[in-house]
Design a protein around this ligand. Structure first.
Ligand code: X2X
Length: 342
């Protein structure tokens, strides 16, 4: 045989041996992670920490790239859950609000005034209710891995100090495209208008809308005080958790050892992200609010009586949605919150 032929056979044999020895799993060179907000925000930071931990702990076998601005779905944040299920998105850190049009149970966290404090939120996400919700997400076709947090959504506007429901009358408030929010703000006498976060910022800047609701970490990082949002009221009416998830086919393509790494990394990143999201707000003197006030923003705290008026005005919305979410789940949540350690 000629040398060239021998070499050719040897190479073919080596290639065959390699094929046989290779694991059944085929890994992609890069996995796409969807996020609404990038690493300048606690949300995106959480995604970045997750991606970095996975890359380190798998020695680069699993390499994740961040796609903030929900750019894989052209910014249409309420389509994210379907896109994960369908495989347009491999991994995501997403808000329960954005996924609630597809997963009804996730509206739980948007029930007005369900969770009075961080301990109440933890009682849900870290307890039995959290486990039930993960089962529901799993059944809906997405692999749930860990909890994070966007945070308590406080209301801001360009017009006036909000202290009572009547103050909201006729105010044009941007809300996420999730029906429960329309009900809440309509019940308060406001004029809610649904739009994506990408569209919200120009709408605030030009005065097309008067106000919005989002966690103060987002208010600060997005510099909403430069978009005429001069009045903030700390009413703590809802708080949206974030959930770290994977597409199921992608998940199944990884070895059990790599699955364990990805899940543990999500839990570690989620824990860190929650601490970042609460920074400046969980401390007794809430230093973040002082920083916001230093930009000329009026930050209003409600007395328990003032807050109660908002609770009362939104109670019919709570009752209506309790039925839609599932009375059993809402009852279990109320019980967990009543039993929480403060
Ligand atoms: O759109 C919003 O308000 C945001 C960024 O908080 C969410 O994606 C839920």
């Amino acid at each position: 045989m000629k040398f060239k032929t021998v070499l050719g056979l040897a190479l073919a044999a080596a290639a065959l041996a390699f094929t046989v020895a290779a694991p059944a799993q085929t890994y992609k060179s890069e996995y796409k992670m969807s996020l609404v907000l990038g690493p300048a925000y606690p949300w995106g930071k959480g995604g970045e920490i997750w991606a970095n931990l996975v890359r380190e702990r798998t020695q680069g076998r699993i390499n994740i790239k961040l796609y903030p601005g929900v750019s894989l779905i052209q910014g249409d944040q309420t389509r994210e859950f379907s896109a994960i299920r369908q495989g347009v998105i491999d991994l995501a850190v997403g808000s329960t609000i954005n996924w609630s049009p597809q997963v009804k149970a996730l509206n739980l966290f948007s029930l007005p005034f369900l969770m009075p404090d961080y301990a109440a939120m933890d009682a849900l996400t870290q307890g039995e209710v959290g486990k039930d919700i993960f089962k529901i997400i799993d059944k809906a076709g997405v692999m749930p891995l860990a909890w994070g947090e966007n945070g308590y959504r406080e209301i801001s506007n360009s017009k006036l100090i909000i202290k009572k429901p009547e103050d909201l009358k006729g105010l044009k408030i941007r809300v996420v495209g999730s029906p429960l929010f329309l009900d809440t703000f309509t019940a308060l006498g406001a004029n809610p208008t649904q739009m994506s976060w990408a569209d919200a910022q120009p709408a605030l800047a030009t005065g097309a809308v008067d106000g919005q609701e989002n966690p103060m970490a987002i208010y600060t990082a997005a510099k909403l005080h430069t978009m005429a949002q001069k009045y903030v009221t700390m009413w703590g009416y809802v708080s949206d958790p974030l959930i770290f998830v994977a597409n199921k086919d992608i998940w199944a393509s990884w070895t059990p050892a790599d699955q364990a790494i990805v899940k543990q990394a999500a839990m570690d990143a989620g824990k860190q992200e929650i601490a970042i999201a609460r920074k400046g707000l969980a401390e007794a003197d809430r230093p973040l609010l002082k920083e916001i006030a230093s930009h000329g923003v009026t930050v209003t705290q409600l007395s328990p009586q003032e807050r109660e008026a908002f609770v009362k005005a939104t109670r019919p919305v709570y009752e209506k949605w309790k039925g839609q979410i599932g009375a059993n789940l809402v009852n279990a949540a109320e019980k967990s919150i009543a039993a929480r350690k403060k």
